[in-house]
Design a protein around this ligand. Structure first.
Ligand SMILES: NC(=O)c1ccc[n+]([C@@H]2O[C@H](COP(=O)([O-])OP(=O)(O)OC[C@H]3O[C@@H](n4cnc5c(N)ncnc54)[C@H](O)[C@@H]3O)[C@@H](O)[C@H]2O)c1
Length: 457
């Protein structure tokens, strides 16, 4: 047999063993990074009776989970306790990687200060786990990243530790079948979306070799109703970016058309609803005060950065970024104009901002336009309070410094303006409009309410 055929034979036998262990729920799962993505993923595998070990460098999270608690709003402590009954525990001890069969990596992939991909979390995870990996394990990266990351970042670290398998490794002198299998499978969750069941979101999987794709696909098939295999990790990485760039560009388009519609005296939300009745060729996107969250404001720039290596300029991404980043300025401008109509200026006015979270009904502040808007209003001399049921206080972050406490929704008439930035479902918008002097609404949360006090922007 040729070297390639020997590798194939060993791998086929191993894959068959893996599939059997998955079917019998004997495969042990390790999830690295127990945040908004990793913790729900852990719970899905636990529900399917897999034993899951969760790894996180945050000792407070590990302690909380092991005490049966939760730190994510939509995950109840009972869910964690049910997972514990299926064998779940959390740890910061990466030596425990040797005890699991599959390692699923869900660590952050932010942008650096200079808006370049920050790969430090992935690199540090790989450096922590590589010494403990053993032959036959499956390593899957789920973090959103640029095409090429799996092969260019993960594989070299594994090679350095002699831990990657397949023809490449055999050529480098390893035994056939030795080393781990590697795949990329993007997380496609939409936090706060109660319409789509997580198990109904198809899981895209691209392995470094066919055995990795087949094994990862079989594993994910136990928790997702559909798995979509693609030919390589890079194709899976690009799939995730295409999805998020599509969203980012279309949101920019409606944000631009909203500004034009405002000038023309047309209600853009009415227009979008009418256009959405077309049964083909149109998908509605909605304007807002700016992008937020860990995905849409960040992921497209992973591709722009990578494109430069190919002398390619991603003009749609740059233009969408420009339009979306200008939206908080548009909102502040609209507040200023609305106050002006009441013969008031921003400087010295009392403002109540409703909603800190980046979108409704989530406890996530990352990249939230609310933070930018509050800072801009303060900078202009306004006296700003906020209310958000998910955030009793807000301190300092990478890009903001607020140190504020959520104000009760009382005495609304005492504010010169109530500004709706996040349209949480728990707010009673009729009551807010009835009590406030002036309401500036950046989300169309007051839809259906007719009042001269409302300015939609
Ligand atoms: N949040 C979303 O809605 C969403 C949706 C799709 C994809 N994603 C992607 O999933 C990835 C994770 O995002 P998230 O929202 O879950 O982030 P998160 O910040 O909520 O969670 C990441 C977790 O990783 C831990 N961590 C950091 N470095 C670590 C290390 N070296 N070892 C172990 N743990 C470490 C952190 O303590 C944290 O608990 C990102 O790439 C993101 O782009 C997120």
């Amino acid at each position: 047999m040729s070297g390639k055929e020997t590798v194939q034979a060993v791998e086929n036998a191993e894959t068959a063993q893996w599939l059997e262990r998955i079917a019998r729920r004997e495969a042990k799962i390790g999830v690295i990074g127990l945040g908004y993505v990793g913790l729900p993923l852990t719970l899905l595998f636990s529900e399917e009776r897999f034993r899951v070990t969760g790894f996180d460098v945050d000792a407070a999270k590990v302690e909380k989970l092991n005490a049966g608690g939760s730190y994510i709003h939509r995950i109840e402590p009972e869910h964690i306790q049910a997972a514990q009954k299926s064998g779940f525990h959390a740890t910061s001890n990466f030596a425990e990687i040797a005890d699991v069969d599959a390692v699923l990596i869900c660590v952050p992939t932010p942008l650096s200060e200079h808006r370049t991909p920050d790969m430090s979390y992935i690199v540090s995870t790989m450096e922590s786990i590589a010494p403990h990996l053993r032959a036959g394990q499956l390593v899957v990266l789920e973090s959103t990243t640029y095409p090429g990351t799996t092969e260019e970042i993960l594989v070299p670290i594994l090679e350095k530790h002699g831990a990657v398998r397949g023809v490449r490794a055999v050529r480098a002198g390893a035994e056939p079948g030795g080393g781990v299998m590697v795949a990329f499978s993007p997380e496609r969750e939409d936090p706060g979306n109660t319409k789509v069941n997580r198990r109904d979101i198809p899981k895209v999987v691209g392995g470094l070799e066919s055995a990795a794709t087949a094994t990862a696909a079989a594993l994910y098939n136990t928790i997702f109703h559909r798995v979509v295999p693609v030919s390589s990790p890079a194709a899976a990485e690009m799939t995730k970016l295409l999805e998020n760039i599509y969203r980012c560009v279309n949101i920019a388009l409606v944000n631009e058309l909203k500004q034009l519609s405002l000038r023309m005296g047309i209600d853009i939300w009415e227009v979008i609803d009418a256009a959405a009745t077309k049964p083909f060729g149109f998908q509605p996107f909605y304007p807002g005060p700016g992008l937020g969250g860990h995905c849409i404001p960040i992921d497209p720039f992973y591709l722009s950065w990578k494109a430069k290596e190919f002398d390619f300029s991603t003009r749609f991404i740059e233009l969408a970024g420009e339009v979306n980043e200008a939206m908080p300025y548009h909102v502040v401008q609209a507040v200023s104009a609305a106050l002006n109509e009441h013969c008031k200026s921003l400087k010295g006015s009392r403002m109540l901002v409703l909603g800190l979270a980046y979108k409704k009904d989530v406890d996530d502040l990352r990249e939230s336009p609310s933070l930018t808007i509050i800072e801009m209003l303060q900078h202009a001399g306004a006296e700003v309070s906020y209310n958000d049921p998910f955030f009793p206080t807000v301190g300092r972050g990478r890009k903001y410094h607020l140190d504020m406490t959520s104000t009760p929704l009382e005495d609304l008439a005492s504010y010169d303006c109530v500004l709706i930035v996040t349209d949480h479902s728990s707010y009673d918008y009729r009551k807010i409009v009835a009590e406030a002097q002036l309401v500036v609404d950046s989300r169309n949360a007051t839809r259906g309410i007719a009042s001269p006090k409302i300015v939609r922007c």
